[in-house]
Design a binder for this molecule. Structure first.
Ligand SMILES: [Zn+2]
Length: 246
């Protein structure tokens, strides 16, 4: 089977800043130097006052849904795996309208004024999810896991730890995850050493194992000789117990 790549942005002089921002997970908008209104998509002149002067800023990424349509027949073959999906118009907090895929809830549950937040995804030109995404998901999953166990960052900081720094990580890729796939990350603490612990991550799509990953983390503490440095604290028994280890 040949994967048909989705159309990719072709950054030009007007849009490069916007696309470069997306690469860094930042929603960049133009603001007119004449009338101070924000605009999107990027263009050289202000549609309201005609000024050619503007600056760029990072938008909040928050807005609300104004209108949407649920796509059942793909307009392009590359989007076939996504249907049914919702494409919507979002009014950003800063004013401009942005068009994009509306994800994270069933299309039948969409409603006008639904608050939404921008999300960025990375794929290679063949539509295969770019591997750094998995490490971001692992990181988020580990912190969620710790929170659920009652050892979230605010709890750890109250106990004098700076957090759960990473010592090692890795992944084995079994099947490619593609643009539009809905995947689940299953994570658990799989073992403890005196000063480190291991988190095992499994990424599943419809119950099928796509990749396996791991992280080795420690409880970070300011070094007694130099508070700028970190050291791995001995793991307290109470911390192990929170994850089901005695
Ligand atoms: Zn203007």
């Amino acid at each position: 089977m040949t994967a048909i790549p989705p159309p990719l942005p072709e950054p030009g002089p007007d849009t490069r800043e916007f696309w470069e921002g997306c690469r860094r997970h930042e929603l960049r908008l133009q603001r007119c130097a004449g009338c101070a209104r924000a605009r999107c998509p990027p263009r050289p002149a202000c549609p309201w006052c005609g000024s050619l002067h503007f600056g760029w800023f990072a938008a909040s990424g928050r807005g609300h849904l104004v209108s949407w349509t649920v796509v059942h027949r793909p307009t392009l073959a590359a989007f076939e795996a996504l249907v049914p999906y919702a494409a919507g118009v979002v009014e950003l907090e800063e004013g401009p309208m942005l068009v994009g895929q509306i994800r994270g809830c069933d299309p039948t549950e969409l409603r006008a004024d639904l608050p939404v937040r921008v999300e960025f995804g990375h794929c290679d030109p063949a539509g295969i999810v770019w591997y750094p995404n998995f490490y971001e998901w692992f990181d988020a999953a580990s912190h969620r896991l710790a929170e659920r166990a009652g050892a979230g960052l605010h709890v750890l900081r109250a106990q004098g730890f700076v957090g759960l720094p990473l010592a090692e990580s890795g992944a084995t890729y079994l099947r490619p995850v593609r643009f539009g796939d809905d995947v689940q990350v299953h994570s658990r603490v799989s073992g403890f050493e005196a000063r480190r612990f291991r988190v095992a991550h499994r990424v599943l799509r419809d119950g099928e194992l796509m990749l396996e990953g791991f992280e080795v983390r420690f409880l970070g503490q300011p070094h007694p000789d130099d508070p700028q440095r970190l050291r791995a604290a001995p793991i307290p028994v109470e911390f192990r117990r929170r994850f089901g280890f005695d």
